[in-house]
Design a protein around this ligand. Structure first.
Ligand code: SAH
Length: 219
């Protein structure tokens, strides 16, 4: 079992889930204990999902590492996340896309990460947690209480879209709100699907089986 964030990162690296240096740095900078309920702090660095209330969980670390490696984030990417939950993954993404000088300066005031959460109390929890790193205050992250199956038209298009809850199919809105050359990484049932947008209505698809997710709920 792991007793520190760096031990968790070491485990994920040894197991082969974390590969790129920028993502390893991001996992080291964002401490999982800042996103776990106080009563579960002793388990913060276990490679397990943990309950965060409202029948939802903070995702399993290996799943987050695997999906973020696939998402291939770069500084300056505009990202849509569906399912903020604890805000842990939101913060990992923010760390990857924020320019060292602050995203607002470099992107004409546009947010780097729009994160949608359908349960209001979790959206509030995510805002509190993500604020521990100043991402909300610096204008890198905006967390909105909204049904993510619709995407978020007012901030579209996005370079990258990632969901942490699983539906039966990928919503059309996500495909429409993605730039050509952009990428969606999302669960579909028990698989992780990667869609690369190669043309207006053209996508290349890859699929990885054998993961577990909470359901994507519409409305
Ligand atoms: N990556 C998050 C995972 C949270 S679990 C973390 O590590 O904390 C998935 C989240 O997706 C839950 O909080 C759930 O409420 C949310 N969710 C489910 N359906 C949704 C929808 N249609 N729109 C927005 N959020 C949704």
């Amino acid at each position: 079992m792991n007793y520190s964030n760096s031990e968790l990162v070491e485990e994920l690296t040894e197991l082969g889930y974390l590969k790129s240096q920028s993502l390893i740095d991001s996992f080291l900078a964002i401490d999982r204990k800042d996103f776990v309920p106080e009563s579960l702090l002793e388990f913060a660095y276990y490679n397990e999902p943990l309950p965060i209330g409202n029948d939802q969980t903070i995702s399993q670390p290996l799943t987050v590492a695997f999906m973020l490696e696939l998402l291939d984030l770069k500084a300056g990417d505009k990202v849509l996340e569906i399912g903020s939950g604890s805000g842990w993954q939101t913060s990992l993404i923010a760390k990857m896309v924020e320019y060292s000088g602050g995203i607002a300066e470099d992107k004409d005031g546009r947010y780097g990460v729009i994160s949608l959460e359908r349960i209001d109390s979790l959206a509030q929890m995510a805002i509190n947690n993500v604020s521990k790193y100043g991402f909300v205050e610096r204008g890198v992250v905006k967390i909105i209480n909204f049904d993510g199956t619709k995407g978020y038209e007012t901030e579209a298009p996005f370079d990258k879209i990632i969901a942490s809850a699983s539906g039966k199919e990928i919503p059309q809105a996500w495909k429409d709100q993605l730039v050509i050359g952009g990428k969606i990484v999302t669960p579909v049932e028990e698989s992780i699907v990667v869609l690369d947008k190669t043309g207006k209505n053209e996508f290349q698809k890859r699929e990885f089986h054998g993961f577990a997710f909470v359901p994507l709920i519409s409305g």
